[in-house]
Ligand binder design. Structure first.
Ligand code: ZN
Ligand code: FE
Length: 254
């Protein structure tokens, strides 16, 4: 049985541990120290490192982990990642027989130009592309690339669990409510998120189904979202991509 759990790192990053028995793969190890501590405390054996994109807060622990555990690093072929000798691109499959698990690689440019996401065991590791109730900033890609990437992720089965790279849900939902003040699913999610955070619990994972109901960035075809984006942009917006671009600009200054 594959089981996934987070280890909090840095200010608001999550390092995801994907475990079967005592074998584990980690995703985006931003810091080696909490990874070491968790492996030791739970008697787990690290077998590989997966990386979604090259940003410091996702790769900073790799060198020290590789030095210590000699494990392979998988990451976007189109980016420079420390110790990464297994470059992956859209359409690749990575198998981990000792975890009885395989991941499909999805190329998701937008936040960075070579970013990838990993899908396996009904779980999506989206890095900083699709967030709970939000999406990553456009650091290297265009709005069109990012919207295409988000659409690709949202085409996965609705029950897919979404594991993203940061705990940003509360702030993202405040923006979602500004876009759609009358969306009752957003209001319910805000209440649930506040309750979980009050107990110090993570609000990740969510599901793609919940994102479809509450995440404005994947709701560009909803008439309310279009109207709000047009009001903010002060002009008519003629495609979902234009609506997405207006929302992303709005969020950048929100
Ligand atoms: Zn990033
Ligand atoms: Fe990040």
């Amino acid at each position: 049985m594959v089981d996934v759990f987070p280890v909090a790192a840095l200010k608001d990053n999550y390092i995801w541990f994907i475990r079967n028995g005592d074998i584990v793969v980690v995703v985006d190890p931003s810091d080696a120290v909490p990874v070491d501590q968790t492996l030791a405390a739970q008697g787990l054996k690290l077998t590989a490192i997966l990386v979604t994109h090259h940003h410091w807060d996702h790769v900073n622990g790799i060198e020290s982990l590789v030095e210590r555990y000699r494990v392979p690093v998988y990451g976007p072929k189109l980016e420079t990642i420390p110790q990464c000798r297994h470059g992956v691109i859209d359409g690749d499959t990575i198998a981990f027989p000792d975890l009885d698990l395989a991941f499909k690689v999805l190329g998701v440019p937008g936040h960075t130009s070579g970013a990838v996401a990993y899908f396996g065991a009904e779980s999506l590791f989206s890095g900083d592309t699709l967030f709970t109730a939000g999406c990553g900033r456009l650091f290297e890609g265009t709005a069109e690339q990012m919207y295409t990437s988000l659409t690709k992720l949202m085409s996965l089965p609705p029950q897919t669990r979404l594991y993203c790279g940061h705990e940003y849900t509360r702030a993202n939902l405040a923006f979602a409510r500004a876009v759609e003040p009358d969306n009752t699913a957003i209001a319910a999610r805000i209440r649930e998120t506040a309750a979980r955070r009050a107990h110090g619990l993570p609000t990740v994972p969510s599901t793609l189904d919940l994102e479809r109901q509450t995440n404005p960035f994947v709701r560009c075809s909803a008439p309310e979202v279009k109207r709000a984006a047009e009001r903010q942009a002060r002009r008519p917006l003629c495609s979902d991509t234009e609506i997405f671009a207006a929302l992303r600009q709005w969020k950048d200054i929100y």
